[in-house]
Write a protein that binds this ligand. Structure first.
Ligand code: SF4
Length: 382
């Protein structure tokens, strides 16, 4: 089994926090679609022979900007070059302002069976602050409309930690989310990245990020509220009703191979990673004019693999299997980092049951620091 990711690098406008690869100039859209289809042909053997796609994921950017004709062309190419497993999960990321009743019918007819709706908030001033293209009303109506159109497998994205005088907006956002009854929620802390509008405003002193404690309180509220409503936290930022994980993302975290198409997409063949050039005109020229896919290969060392396993496993509910780490990556943490592991447990940040290391709720807030601390350096591994 394997996955296919397609990066659609266009957006109507730039959200002030976003550092993904996208362009707000849509002039090249049809050429990029042509190039993605050509790339699919050029790399059809990347995943090896006789591999069936278990998941297909349209991400971006804003894939809901694709027309019915463009989606149809892409699906025709996918089915021409790949076997698609029965019951494959086929997700499309959509923005609320694109989801008219007619658009939703097009998406269903094209074969999309899961929607990931980037609504982020139900509060108009926060949507304006973040420069989202949709209104608070559309946050709700888009989901309701998708449900009316027959989409049952829906995820919504929420952002917490938006600077505010108190927590009532976040609490209201969560209440609005539960009222929609969707089976999957992804929730991310607002981060201020260099090169984004918020990043520039931070430098100029015209924007201030929320304090860490404020963000931590909202994360704790999120965990408590989602659990109270029957959602499981299967990854630090991802929550679902029982059995409703994103199969595509869960496969990333399990190390299942995937092919990523389009500018800035990543691929993984089970051994090495590849990164496609994040530049729309240069990507189009390389693929369509020269028949070359502009990728950089990142050959993973044994240390990289051990660190990747730690990074992903510690973010998931199943945790880090210390026996697996020892047997497959040659890293014996209980032997080499006994004092640090004991400290994590004494601080209430982690627990070890049998041979499985998991982070507690308090530890999840520190996941990045804890993972970095456990990372192997090439020198240490040698
Ligand atoms: S958050 Fe989504 S819609 Fe906004 S700029 Fe980034 S990719 Fe585009």
């Amino acid at each position: 089994m394997a996955g296919l990711y397609l990066h659609i690098p266009f957006c109507k406008q730039a959200c002030h926090y976003c550092d993904f690869h996208f362009s707000t100039s849509l002039g090249l859209k049809s050429r990029v679609v042509d190039a993605i289809i050509r790339e699919l042909e050029l790399r059809r053997d990347y995943l090896g022979p006789a591999v069936a796609l278990e998941t297909i994921y349209f991400g971006g950017g804003t894939p809901s900007l694709l027309t019915a004709a463009e989606l149809g062309q892409i699906f025709a190419a996918i089915y021409r070059h790949f076997a698609v497993a029965p019951g494959a999960e086929i997700t499309l990321e959509a923005n609320p302002d694109d989801l008219s009743a007619a658009k939703l019918q097009e998406l269903r007819q094209a074969g999309i069976n899961r929607l990931s709706i980037g609504l982020q908030s139900f509060y108009e001033p926060h949507l304006r602050l973040m420069n989202r293209a949709h209104t608070a009303e559309e946050s709700t109506t888009a989901v309701r409309r998708a449900q009316d159109a027959g989409f049952e497998n829906i995820s919504i994205d929420l952002i917490y930690g938006v600077p505010a005088p108190g927590h009532h907006v976040w609490e209201a956002d969560l209440a609005n989310a539960f009222a929609l009854g969707v089976p999957h929620v992804s929730a991310y802390a607002l981060t201020v990245e260099p090169g984004t509008a918020f990043g520039h405003r931070l430098q100029k002193g015209t924007f201030r990020a929320a304090p860490d404690e404020f963000v931590a309180t909202q994360f704790e509220t999120l965990l408590a509220a989602l659990r109270a409503h029957g959602y499981e936290q299967y990854e630090i930022s991802n929550f679902c009703q029982p059995g409703r994980e994103s199969r595509h993302n869960a496969n990333y975290w399990r190390g299942v191979p995937y092919l990523g198409l389009g500018p800035s997409a990543h691929s993984y063949d089970g051994h090495n990673r590849q990164f496609t050039l994040a530049n729309n005109p240069q990507y189009v020229a390389a693929v369509l004019e020269r028949g070359e896919v502009p990728v950089t290969v990142d050959a993973l060392t044994a240390t990289d693999r051990a660190n990747e396993y730690l990074l992903t496993a510690l973010r998931t509910a199943r945790g880090c299997d210390l026996a697996h780490l020892r047997a497959y990556h040659g890293l014996d943490l209980p032997a080499t980092r006994a004092a640090y592991l004991a400290g994590l447990q004494a601080s209430g940040w982690a627990r070890i049951r049998g041979e499985v290391l998991t982070l507690t709720d308090a530890g999840k807030l520190l996941a990045d620091q804890i993972t970095l601390e456990l990372f192997q350096s090439p020198a240490a591994a040698a």
